[in-house]
Structure formats: C-alpha cells, structure tokens
Design a protein around this ligand. Structure first.
Ligand code: PMP
Length: 357
C-alpha cells in the first residue's frame, strides 16, 4: 500500500499472513502454522470485507439509494462495525440489533460510528425478541429500511472466495521454499470458526480451486449446532458459552456444512488460553474466537487426519484470526488472563529495588 488510498474502504482486508513459529515449536509441529490476521483490517475484523461487498452489490442493484435507504442488520457486532464504517463513508443511516451477550466495546464502537444500536435478549433466533426478528420488524416499519442479511447474502461467502482466500493463497505461493523455511508451495489445510459460515464456506471454495486436496476445518463452539456429523452437537446443544461471533442455534443459508471437510467443537477455557498464547508468544492482539480457531487447529492437528500434516515439514496450515482483543477489553475473561502473570522472578527483583512486594 505504497500509495494514497481514496478512503478507509480501500484499507478493508489485505491483512498479513504471519508465522506462529513459537506456538508451533511448543506443540512439536513440523508443518508451517500460519495466521491470517483479520484484526488488522481497517474496522478490526474479518467482517469488514462482507460489509463492503454487501453494500457495494446492493448499490449496484439499486437496492440501496443514497439519501433514502436505512441499513438494518442483526449481528454479533463485527458485521455491524463494518457496515457502520462503510455507511459512514457512503452516507447511509444504520440500525444494528445486537444480542445482550455481545461486548460493550462493540456497542460503543457502533455508536461512535453513528449507528443506532438496539440490544436484544439472548433468546432463540425465531423468538419475536431475537436480533433477527427485531430487525425484521424495524425493516417493515422504517421507510427505506433494508436488511442486507449476512445470513443469506451471497456476497458474504463471495467476499471470502474473492478476497480472503486469494490473499492467503498468494502469500503462500509467493513465499519461496528455503532449507530453513521449507514450503509445499500450496495451502494444505485451512481452519476457520463459523458464525454465519461465510468465512469457512467462501474460503473452502477458494482453496479447493487452488489445491483440491486442501483440508478445510470448521470450528464451532460447544452449545452451537453448526458442526457435522450432528452427533458432535448433541452432547452440548444449548449450553451457554462466552466466546462471541461463532456458533448459532440455526444453520445460516450461506453456510454449506458439507463444503467443510472436518468439524471441531471448541470450548471457552481452551480459547482463552490460546488467546493468551497468541498475545504472549506471538505478539498478536486477538479476540476470543481467534483463540477458538487456534485451539481447534491444534486439536485437529492431533487427529489421525491432521497429524499427517503436523509431521510434514513444509506443509502449510492456515488459521483465520477473525478479530482483535480491543473488542473485549472490559470482559472478565480478558481481564483475568491479562492480569495473570507468572513472570515472578522479575517481579521479585523489582520488589527488592523498590522495596515493595
Ligand atoms: N469471529 C468473530 C469475532 C466474528 O464476529 C465472526 C462473525 N460472526 C466470526 C468469527 C465468524 O465469521 P463468519 O460469520 O464468516 O462465520
């Protein structure tokens, strides 16, 4: 990006692919463990891409009319932030329905970007008070109201098929294999969490065109029902979980579960530990679902299917890190892991110098 950009929209995506060498070494992996750092997108998440794509497609189709349309969207926050940012630049009003579970930081950002935010109770998706039903009621009554509908909009998976996937492939293909850093020259496996499922479905379509043998792994939290085979979901169906942005109680239209080769169920605690490792060992300021994606990746690499790649020098295993920790700084789970610090030798030395414990 060595030139002047026309607006923040030109800084959507184009995120770095970064080696997680220290974590790979800790787990005895021979493959390359590579992170697609979506929190470096301009609005701070993987969802900037679909917000831009959905708005631009709707403008082209005449669905959004400047000065008239009001963009309404149910979201766990990041699509809302992407939409609010896009609409701030383009001049549309925005209303976001956001479940109570989602962080204060997301609501504050949405409001700062000029959006109206309606908090909704954590109820089933088809209940009259759910984020989806409240958005639908508003769309009916508000003149110019339009729901772009990330759950069904083809531009959601397409944004990943056309941008996220090709960026990953280009980074892998254009990095030469050297004796100290061997590479197969292709993406051998890719792991992404599923919320709407747009990321994992779109990425699957992109990587299979590039390498038909690439293994696509989806990560779905315990308590959600997006994984296959369905038996995987049964033991934990309906269980509450803290991680935001992944998992649903219905299968969104854009998620084609069968285009995902393997599913891993994630849990809160292992996700928090993985977030801490990504920060402390790799310097990456990631959010909770990035921890789920990484812990899911590490668990999959221990399965029969995954361990073949784990033990292959030069195999490229990519994990998508969807958003950043700045979305979650007030959450108790973050404050706990931030303050937990076992580096006591230094602390003792400081204590001696300053005369404090
Ligand atoms: N992580 C976070 C933090 C998200 O906001 C989302 C989007 N809901 C995802 C993961 C999953 O992305 P997708 O909707 O493309 O499945």
């Amino acid at each position: 990006m060595a030139h002047i950009l026309d607006s923040a929209l030109d800084a959507v995506g184009k995120t770095p692919l970064i080696r997680l060498d220290r974590i790979a070494e800790m787990h005895g992996l021979k493959c390359n463990l590579l992170a697609k750092t979506e929190f470096m997108s301009v609005g701070g998440s993987v969802k900037d891409r679909i917000a831009k794509a959905m708005v631009e497609a709707a403008e082209k189709d005449g669905i959004l009319v400047p000065g008239q349309s009001v963009v309404i969207e149910p979201t766990s926050g990041n699509t809302g932030i992407g939409l609010a940012l896009t609409c701030a630049i383009k001049g549309y009003s925005v209303i976001i329905t956001l479940p109570n579970k989602m962080s204060l930081e997301k609501e504050a950002l949405l409001r700062a970007l000029g959006a109206e935010v309606i908090r909704t109770p954590n109820v089933p998706w088809d209940s009259p008070d759910s984020l989806i039903e409240v958005a639908r009621r508003l769309e009916k009554e508000i003149p110019g109201g339009v729901i772009l509908d990330q759950y069904r909009n083809v531009n959601n998976p397409l944004a990943h098929e056309w941008t996220t996937g090709p960026e990953i492939i280009e980074a892998v293909v254009s990095t030469p294999s050297t004796p100290s850093r061997p590479s197969s020259g292709k993406v051998d496996a890719i792991v992404a969490g599923a919320g709407t499922g747009g990321t994992v479905t779109g990425l699957s379509r992109a990587v299979k065109k590039h390498n038909k043998d690439c293994i696509v792994v989806g990560v779905d939290p315990k308590g959600s029902i997006l994984a296959l085979p369905e038996a995987l979901n049964l033991e934990s169906a309906g269980k509450p979980y803290v991680i935001e942005g992944i998992g649903y109680d219905f299968v969104p239209g854009v998620l084609v579960q069968k285009e995902v080769d393997s599913w891993i169920k994630s849990e809160d605690e292992e996700s928090f530990t993985a977030v801490q490792r990504l920060m402390r060992m790799e310097g990456l300021l990631v959010g909770g679902s990035s921890g789920s994606a990484l812990s899911g990746t590490l668990r999959w690499l221990k399965t029969e299917e995954g361990s073949k790649l784990a033990n292959t020098a030069g195999a490229n295993v990519v994990v998508v890190l969807p958003d950043g920790i700045r979305n979650y700084m007030s959450k108790p789970w973050f404050l706990k892991l931030a303050m937990e610090n076992e580096s006591t030798p230094l602390r003792e030395t400081i204590g001696k110098i300053l005369g404090k414990k």
